[in-house]
Design a protein around this ligand. Structure first.
Ligand SMILES: N[C@@H](CCC(=O)N[C@@H](CS)C(=O)NCC(=O)O)C(=O)O
Length: 216
């Protein structure tokens, strides 16, 4: 039995859920919110972060560790390439997505969706403008140098890099941000392909169903 503690709109929970879906593993998703202070949750998440994976009573926090664990217990359709250079490339893009890129995309999500639509707080336009003028262009310029004209980010099959990068741009899209194809054409084409993939379409539909009507 696999359980993924987290909420579907968390980009890191989404990353883990996409992996579980890709590997066609059955799981439950007990809703667990970021900042859950319950002793039960803190016992399985010492940093207090979601998601946490539970597999037959064994718990694993952190999506990068979860991803590698799932690649071991469900090795069909591996997400980390075996070639050392490709593995390093995929691991690096995962790290880039999980740090700089999500820090950028999550601000748009927070300011334009979470605060106004869930917490009844106004959007801080200064914060949004700083992301749009400074932080996002830097991310897009870098990604444009690594995204291929066609196919996947690393090697010739889906890898953890595709899942980690795509989940960030889903978060940005919820914050009303789309990559401008005139400025980053390869990235825009790549994301159009990624968003149209059945794996992602299915996950986005599940997110919509899990949220109050009209939110997404
Ligand atoms: N490195 C972690 C990051 C997880 C993370 O930052 N999760 C956020 C929600 S998207 C969280 O739980 N934040 C609460 C906190 O930092 O206290 C992973 O890959 O799982």
């Amino acid at each position: 039995m696999i359980k993924l503690y987290g909420v579907p709109l968390s980009p890191f929970a989404r990353k883990a859920l996409l992996i579980l879906d890709y590997k066609e593993l059955e799981y439950e998703n007990p809703p667990t919110f970021p900042g859950d202070e319950s002793p039960e949750f803190r016992a399985i998440s010492p940093l207090g972060k979601i998601p946490v994976l539970e597999h037959d009573g064994f718990t694993v926090p952190d999506t990068s560790v979860i991803a590698r664990y799932l690649d071991r217990i469900a090795p069909d359709k591996p997400l980390y390439p075996t070639d050392p250079k490709l593995e390093a490339q995929a691991g690096w893009l995962e790290e880039y997505a999980d740090s700089k890129l999500i820090d950028t995309c999550a601000v748009l999500f927070r300011e334009r969706l979470l605060n106004p639509k869930m917490f009844n707080q106004p959007t801080d336009e200064t914060v949004v403008q700083n992301i749009l003028d400074n932080k996002m262009p830097e991310c897009l310029a870098y990604l444009e140098t690594v995204v291929p004209e066609s196919g996947y980010l690393v090697g010739d099959s889906l890898s953890i890099a595709d899942i980690a990068i795509t989940t960030c741009f889903i978060q940005a899209r919820y914050g009303d941000f789309e990559v401008d194809g005139a400025k980053a054409p390869k990235l825009r084409n790549y994301l159009d392909r990624a968003f149209a993939a059945p794996l992602v379409v299915k996950r986005l539909a599940a997110e919509k169903t899990a949220m109050p009507p009209g939110l997404l």
